[in-house]
Design a protein around this ligand. Structure first.
Ligand SMILES: [Fe+2]
Length: 253
């Protein structure tokens, strides 16, 4: 049992990536190794024996106090927690499936805000140039405990657990859409695979790859993204209205 305390609450990480918040057990949805087979660098790593392994658990629409539920509802935002095991998927450290968000307004998709609560993550962000699979730019952002990363409009994203131990991360995101996993499944993952040790290997299914750009751009956090949201929900209006995000984050308009 691993315990983490943030201003929004106390999390206890249990067996099988289970999670409690302030003593209440959360109901989660597992992502299994077989679900990631289409996006792995080496899909043959998945066998009948290991296909059922839980790679990560997703806990959606979490509230630390039921009184907060209304604030999330009226602002069309939800707070999720994800617990990722540390393991290798052949040569790749455990990662999320990867997805894109639909457009919130013409030309700009919904953004998202992540915060690492425990462990270390690398976020792989890519912006599509057009529907052919061409990628305009590829960003790599590493984050440790307490650090937050903004997924700007028009970027698909994958999270890789690079910490050598379980990763717990939170996110704030609009409730007005469903994520689209299709582009990542069709092209067998992101345009680069992150390999154990930190190197990036081009995914041969993508044409004309840009050079990856390592960024240390972090999103400012006061206490934690949950407490900051409850304190000032209007500061997060950009989650439903990406025009409120500064121009430096909004490419491809
Ligand atoms: Fe997302």
């Amino acid at each position: 049992m691993h315990s983490i305390t943030y201003p929004f609450g106390r999390l206890e990480l249990g067996e099988d990536l289970g999670l409690t918040i302030n003593g209440t057990k959360l109901k989660g949805e597992p992502r299994l190794l077989r679900d990631l087979k289409p996006v792995l660098r080496n899909p043959e790593f998945v066998t009948d024996q290991n296909a059922g392994k839980i790679l990560y658990m997703m806990y959606r629409s979490v509230v630390a106090d039921p009184a907060h539920r209304e604030a999330f509802r009226i602002h069309s935002v939800r707070f999720d927690l994800t617990v990722m095991d540390y393991c290798l998927l052949d040569k790749e450290p455990n990662k999320t499936l990867g997805h894109v968000h639909p457009q919130a307004i013409p030309g700009l998709s919904y953004p998202e805000l992540y915060q690492v609560l425990l462990g270390r993550a690398i976020y792989l962000l890519q912006r599509a140039q057009d529907r052919s699979g061409r990628v305009a730019d590829f960003l790599v952002i590493e984050a440790g405990p307490g650090e937050a990363v903004l997924i700007p409009p028009n970027y698909g994203h994958v999270t890789v657990n690079v910490g050598g131990s379980p990763l717990v991360m939170a996110n704030l995101v609009s409730t007005r859409f469903s994520s689209d996993y299709g582009p990542y499944k069709e092209l067998h993952g992101a345009s680069y695979y992150l390999i154990e040790g930190g190197s990036l290997e081009p995914n041969p299914n993508y044409p004309d790859l840009p050079e990856p750009v390592w960024s240390d751009e972090k999103y400012p956090v006061s206490k934690d993204i949950y407490t900051d949201f409850i304190c000032c929900p209007k500061s997060y209006s950009f989650l439903n209205d990406p025009t409120m995000i500064g121009a430096r984050f909004c490419k491809g308009q």
